[in-house]
Write a new protein. Structure first.
Length: 583
């Protein structure tokens, strides 16, 4: 048995036979042609490109219909790239001047560009490179005359393992045949990861070396909740995951049972469970799971498939569509753009050559350096604010001064709107994320400045333990149960309590069942998570009393290592709710 850890990008558990996708893709039959055949070869190229463009348009239409225009735009962009005159000229020259076959010329040109993008070593460019591979494959399939993608012709359910999957491969996966997928490459912000979430196929990416350790047909477990992939599981592990899988299989049933019930402890203490979303369409996932609102709207995803900043009206429309779906009485926490580092970042005029982007000019730091960008978003949020229970939240705040600067800019924008006689909620609640250790340490002071806190444990863990959240090599250090992290969380909850402001946890920790009792016991009454996790967390809350939770959290805070904390919490969670999905 071998256990691999990666980045969970789409929840759910699956067990099945491995299907390993060929890394090389389509084999090129011949590389060179006779000189006098080059005109025919160019004609062949054009015919194949036209067919590939037609495929991209068909993909666009199908995806528009299936999941929304935002996703279909990926394929519209593919079609445009395929017809790019400069790219075509480059390929034609390889054919006419170097006597390359059309296939070889396409592959050479596309891979040259893709490799340049990959060498930039930034997630957003890697995603672009993956688009180029996708386009290459599509044109080649017409030149070589093969079926475009064997993945579409699956006859038996499988677990898909690949170095990487292109966006169109992912979008075309049939969730009935592909139980789950796992990839060596990829990050949270890749198109592939987003497509997996939208199609609700359990997925783990960024696993590092994987394919070399597995053969087609081997049994594989993919745990999309915790980012774990298990190759050739032993009997005990297999049994454990079969149980987990059954629980996920009965998800719809459990959902029906719990959807309209409150997240209330056995002794009547009510907690609020919110959903985290990246796109307006995901509001329906929140509604389907009985969320109390949206606790984190990651607006930087407005940049997906965009080469320019989203303008005010686009942003306003996106916020309005969330508000329309969620309704006027449930909160929608709109977080200002958290661009940079591992997040989507397309702005060519602001590309920075930073040695350490996670510690660099990202998130609000970037917004404060680019006031037009920041103000445009603040205007859009304010304009949407009278239409629902909108709340605004600033990410990556590290100092009191930074928070005050954000509030000052917000006040400026409010003044502008007043002058323009544009309506907005004058009492719009303002919050800050607590995801930098300095902010946690200064929580008492920060609490005087805002109406609410939201603890971003994904980054708080990474910065507290100096362990990159996307680096599989330090995954064992990266734990929400580390006593250092827990002490900071405790401190933040106390500071919020002292100032009488709300506090929520919106990192992945809040959707991980082993931490629910602890967080409740520490005093949290608000959690925001991937919508799919809500029913299970609600079930745990409904299975305990606050007194029990307090005792368990006190005990957990005594341990000195993450391992002891996690083992203890796992046991307690199982004791309270034996069928809980604990890992
Ligand atoms: C976090 O850091 O915990 C968080 C919720 O924000 P993100 O995952 O978007 O960085
Ligand atoms: Mg964060």
């Amino acid at each position: 048995m071998e256990i691999k850890r990666g980045i969970p990008v789409s929840p759910g558990v699956a067990i099945g036979p491995a299907y390993v996708v060929e890394i090389e893709g389509i084999r090129i039959p011949r590389r060179f042609i006779d000189k006098e055949k080059s005109a025919d070869e160019v004609a062949r190229l054009h015919a194949a490109v036209q067919m590939a463009v037609a495929d991209a348009h068909a993909n666009r239409d199908a995806i528009n219909e299936k999941v929304g225009k935002q996703y279909g735009a990926i394929f519209a962009a593919h079609a445009m790239l395929m017809e790019d005159p400069e790219l075509m000229r480059e390929i034609e020259q390889l054919i006419s001047q170097k006597n390359h076959s059309a296939e070889y010329a396409v592959s050479k040109a596309m891979r040259r560009h893709a490799k340049t993008l990959q060498a930039l070593n930034q997630p957003i460019f890697s995603a672009r490179a993956s688009d180029l591979f996708d386009i290459e494959k599509s044109i080649l399939s017409h030149l070589v005359g093969e079926q475009s993608d064997p993945l579409q012709d699956m006859t038996e359910p499988i677990v898909l393992l690949a170095h990487d999957l292109t966006p169109s491969q992912t979008a075309n996966l049939n969730p009935k045949m592909v139980y789950a997928f796992a990839t060596e490459a990829g990050g949270k912000a890749s198109h592939t990861a987003i497509m997996a979430g939208v199609l609700e196929i359990p997925a783990v990416v960024g696993l590092g070396r994987l394919l070399i350790d597995v053969s087609g047909g081997d049994e594989v477990i993919v745990d999309g909740n915790r980012g774990v992939v298990i190759l050739n599981p032993d009997e005990e592990t297999r049994e454990r995951y079969l149980v987990l899988q059954r629980q996920f299989g009965s998800f719809a049933k459990r959902l029906d049972e719990l959807k309209d019930l409150p997240a209330e402890t056995r002794d009547g203490v009510r907690a609020m469970l919110f959903g985290n979303i990246e796109f307006p369409q995901e509001s329906s996932h929140c509604n389907d799971r009985g969320a109390d609102g949206v606790g984190l709207y990651r607006t930087e995803f407005l940049y997906l498939n965009k080469t320019e900043d989203p303008n005010e009206s686009e942003q306003y429309e996106a916020y309005m569509s969330v508000l329309r779906a969620i309704g006027p009485n449930r909160p929608v926490v709109i977080r200002t753009m958290d661009l940079g580092a591992d997040k989507l970042f397309h702005r060519t005029d602001m590309q920075l050559d930073e040695k350490n982007p996670c510690l660099g000019l990202r998130s609000v730091r970037l917004c404060l350096r680019n006031l037009p960008l920041f103000k445009t978003q603040l205007r859009a949020i304010l304009r949407a604010s009278p239409h629902g229970d909108v709340r605004i939240m600033f990410p990556m705040i590290g100092t009191v001064m930074e928070l005050r600067q954000c509030k000052m800019i917000l006040a400026d924008v409010k003044e502008e709107l007043e002058e323009e006689r544009i309506d907005f909620n004058r009492k719009l609640p303002i919050g800050t994320m607590i995801e930098v250790p300095s902010a946690a340490l200064m929580a008492e002071e920060l609490a005087k400045e805002v109406n609410f806190f939201s603890i971003g444990t994904n980054d708080l863990i990474q910065y507290t333990l100096a362990a990159d959240r996307t680096n599989e090599h330090v995954a064992s250090l990266y734990s929400a149960g580390d006593p250092a992290v827990l002490r900071l969380i405790d401190q933040v909850i106390r500071a919020a309590g002292k100032q009488g402001i709300d506090v929520c946890v919106c990192g992945e920790m809040s959707g991980d069942p082993i931490y629910t009792i602890l967080l409740l016991g520490l005093g949290l009454r608000q959690l925001s998570m991937t919508p799919q996790s809500i029913p299970e967390i609600k079930k745990i809350i409904r299975s305990i009393t606050i007194e029990e939770a307090k005792q368990i959290s006190q005990e957990a805070m005594r341990f000195e290592t993450a391992r002891d904390v996690n083992n203890y919490l796992r046991d307690q969670t199982r004791r309270v709710l034996p069928e809980a999905v604990v890992n």
